[in-house]
Design a protein around this ligand. Structure first.
Ligand code: SF4
Length: 237
């Protein structure tokens, strides 16, 4: 089996519920989408990065693991583009006693289910229709898939949180409705966080709008958090 990896590096996790943890990032090549705020454009082509045999990719991860690394974050692009290789790599990382984490828009619930048994943490990103992620018809299918992934993660007992990237185009009503849908889809306790992440450097939402989004979610889930990409504020990759 082959896998295309764009880059492997250690940094500080700057997003989500595990921000601040020392993390080895494995950025897989390839994403079929095109969010207008994407900050990893170079990794979107499926032929970007370098092709490795699975054995060499695992050796690369082993050699890159620094002491006190909290987790290995499989990111992209979208790592589900290469779900079989990610599952094998995640299994290998767990066998070394290091936690695994998947960062995905979860566009394909079958691919997600393949990786899920080898995950300690999952971040399921719900894309807003205004992200230009995909055409609006495609958005509803991707949205249903993300919800199905969330249900699967809940059944598996994987620590899972939801992220939504918001810009000045995003309405607080949309974010509130998303929270209603998310927390209506799974039993209480399945979701370990609901993170509102503002875009950085492009069409940033106002603080007032962010607070309105927070207020729209809070009645449904008081664990809601507004978390910007904090690594960008300390110059971390
Ligand atoms: S899904 Fe993620 S990697 Fe793909 S275009 Fe959107 S932001 Fe970029």
């Amino acid at each position: 089996m082959k896998v295309r990896i764009f880059e492997v590096f250690t940094s500080v996790e700057g997003e989500g519920i595990l921000y601040g943890t020392k993390t080895l990032f494995v950025r897989l090549a390839g994403c079929p989408f095109g969010c207008f705020y994407c900050d990893t454009l170079e990794a979107l082509p499926a032929d970007s990065g370098t092709e490795y045999s699975l054995e060499d990719a695992m050796a690369l991860v082993d050699d890159s693991l620094q002491k006190n690394t909290f987790k290995v974050n499989f990111t992209g692009g979208d790592p589900l583009m290469q779900h079989e290789a990610v599952a094998e790599m995640a299994r290998h990382v767990q066998s070394r006693g290091v936690a695994t984490y998947l960062e995905s828009s979860c566009f394909d619930s079958e691919r997600f289910a393949h990786v899920l048994p080898h995950l300690d943490y999952a971040k399921i990103e719900f894309k807003t229709p205004d992200s230009e992620f995909v055409d609006l018809g495609g958005h509803s299918a991707a949205h249903r898939s993300a919800l199905e992934c969330l249900r699967n993660a809940g059944r598996a007992g994987t620590t899972t949180y939801v992220k939504v990237v918001v810009s000045r185009r995003t309405s607080p009503q949309y974010v509130g409705a998303l929270a209603d849908e998310v927390f209506g889809a799974v039993p209480e306790g399945v979701v370990s966080g609901f993170v509102i992440q503002p875009t950085y450097g492009i069409e940033e939402p106002s603080l007032e709008a962010l607070m309105e989004m927070y207020d729209a979610v809070y009645p449904v889930y008081d664990g809601v958090r507004i978390v910007p990409q904090m690594h960008k504020y300390i110059g971390a990759p």
